[in-house]
Design a protein around this ligand. Structure first.
Ligand code: SDX
Length: 432
């Protein structure tokens, strides 16, 4: 027996189907609402609106649960690798040995970008933000793969597009970094794995070949796994929205990068470090910043705190915090911002303002401290987030594109503007 919700509008009863997820999430299906009642729903910022059903990622914000295709994030961080998680998110299952080898080979095969693209980087000023470069370059990749821009792709064309993006976005990110520090571009080495190659392209110079040690490689793997997906967040919803017009995947990912850039989203990891450094430079008095964050007349927010979904500790922040201690100890780094972050967290979590609003550290609160320890510059932090999130964006685009009966995303609105009025010629408008 189908479960329904009863709605009465102007004395007339309506039954709306109830949708229940595999984790007992419940939704009222309003797809027929406008046709049947003439009414729409109104939910600015979509806090109560499901845009789709999905089988990719499950979050329980109250319990602090995050699972990719049913696997818990902590277990994946401990036992898996970022490349394996890419396969899991995009194809739905952990790969067999043969599937994984084929996937890695295909990604490795696309580790170069067209030589013409190198000149694009030179046209940017050295201070250009790497997120601006990355979004432009990802969209520009489409110029060199016209055969992958068709609105109706075959499965093989989709796979080709996916593996090229997974491989080349990493190269574009490394080249954006090299441009920002005025160093020569470094090419991928076929004998290195995905992330080791990224670090190689970032930090090898004509004077020294960068060899990441095992602790650094594991820390980066964990950071990328943690960032890999997060269901219908702002940037993933942007990728779905752009992809729903049948724009190509390069364009959709480029749009997702732009959405992620915002300081209320992925850009927060850069803002957190800038905030921690400001507190450090001001003598370490983080209590003043807690008061600023609580002051309604002050636009300042405690960056790295709060979340639309997590009303408990973000499980990703917990994992990153643990790795912060490990990586800094291993590298012998004493970073004052880590102690300030821990003090800030302790002060906020015992403050009624944060407790009442269930504001906890989120994924961005500690991530920048590890990136700094890995010598990643602050303006590259959100690029790192984008590289981690890429498989999630791709998985959601693929899930949407392959959905039978998929339609273009087109929300409605409630119009609150002027009603019908006649045009007034300039001479009759009077002066204001
Ligand atoms: C990410 O969606 C995802 O899944 C995102 C993400 C992912 O993996 O994709 O998890 C990644 O984007 C993490 C969030 C990174 N952003 C930040 O750390 C920026 C600081 N955080 C806030 O801007 C805010 O918490 C958001 C944007 C994260 C969430 O905003 P919401 O859900 O719209 O919450 P809200 O603005 O309605 O806040 C509710 C209340 C308000 O106070 P009142 O009006 O009730 O008095 O809490 C206050 C807010 O002023 N508040 C904060 C605060 N966050 C919310 N007050 C001070 N400092 C903060 N950080």
């Amino acid at each position: 027996m189908e479960k329904t919700a009863q709605l009465e509008i102007e004395g007339r009863p309506y039954s709306l189907p109830i949708v229940e997820g595999t984790e007992d999430e419940k939704a009222i299906d309003v797809q027929r609402l406008r046709a049947d009642t003439g009414y729409i729903t109104l939910d600015p910022s979509y806090g109560n609106t499901g845009a789709c059903v999905s089988t990719i990622t499950y979050i329980d914000g109250d319990k602090g649960i995050l699972r990719y295709r049913g696997y818990d994030i902590a277990e994946l961080c401990e036992r898996s690798t970022f490349m394996e998680v890419c396969f899991l998110l995009i194809y739905g299952e952990l790969p067999t040995d043969e599937e994984f080898s084929r996937f890695k080979e295909r990604v490795l095969a696309h580790s170069l970008i067209h030589e013409d693209m190198k000149s694009f980087f030179q046209s940017y000023p050295g201070h250009a933000h790497p997120m601006a470069i990355l979004s432009a370059m990802v969209c520009s990749l489409s110029v060199y793969h016209p055969q992958l821009l068709k609105a109706e792709q075959t499965g093989e064309e989709r796979e080709e597009t996916i593996s090229r993006l997974l491989s080349k976005v990493r190269v574009l990110a490394a080249f954006a970094y090299k441009r920002s520090v005025g160093e020569a571009f470094v090419y991928s080495r076929p004998e290195l794995d995905y992330l080791a190659n990224f670090l190689h392209m970032m930090f090898t110079t004509p004077m020294r070949t960068y060899e990441p040690d095992s602790v650094v490689r594991k820390a980066l793997d964990v950071l990328f796994i943690i960032h890999a997906d997060h269901e219908q967040n702002c940037s993933t919803s942007t990728v779905r929205m752009v992809g729903s017009s049948k724009a190509n995947l390069f364009a959709a990912i480029s749009a997702g990068i732009c959405a992620l850039w915002g300081p209320w989203h992925g850009g927060a990891n850069q803002s957190v470090i800038e905030m921690l450094e400001e507190i450090h430079m001001a003598g370490g008095n983080y209590k003043k910043f807690i008061e600023k964050a609580k002051d309604k007349n002050d636009p300042f927010r405690l960056m790295g705190f709060g979340h639309r979904v997590y009303k408990n500790y973000d499980p990703r922040a917990e994992i990153i915090k643990k790795y912060c201690d490990q990586v800094l100890d291993h590298l012998g780094i004493n970073d004052p911002t880590l102690e300030i972050a821990k003090g800030l967290e302790e002060a906020a979590l015992t403050d009624q303002y944060f407790i009442e609003r269930k504001l906890y550290p989120n994924v961005d609160f500690y991530s920048g401290i590890i990136y700094r320890a890995l010598q990643i510059p602050t303006n590259m932090f959100t690029v790192m987030f984008a590289l981690g999130r890429l498989p999630g964006w791709i998985a959601h685009w693929k899930e949407m594109i392959e959905e039978p009966g998929m339609r273009i995303a087109r929300p409605r609105q409630v119009y609150m503007g002027a009603t019908r009025r006649d045009y007034v010629p300039l001479a009759q408008r009077g002066s204001n």
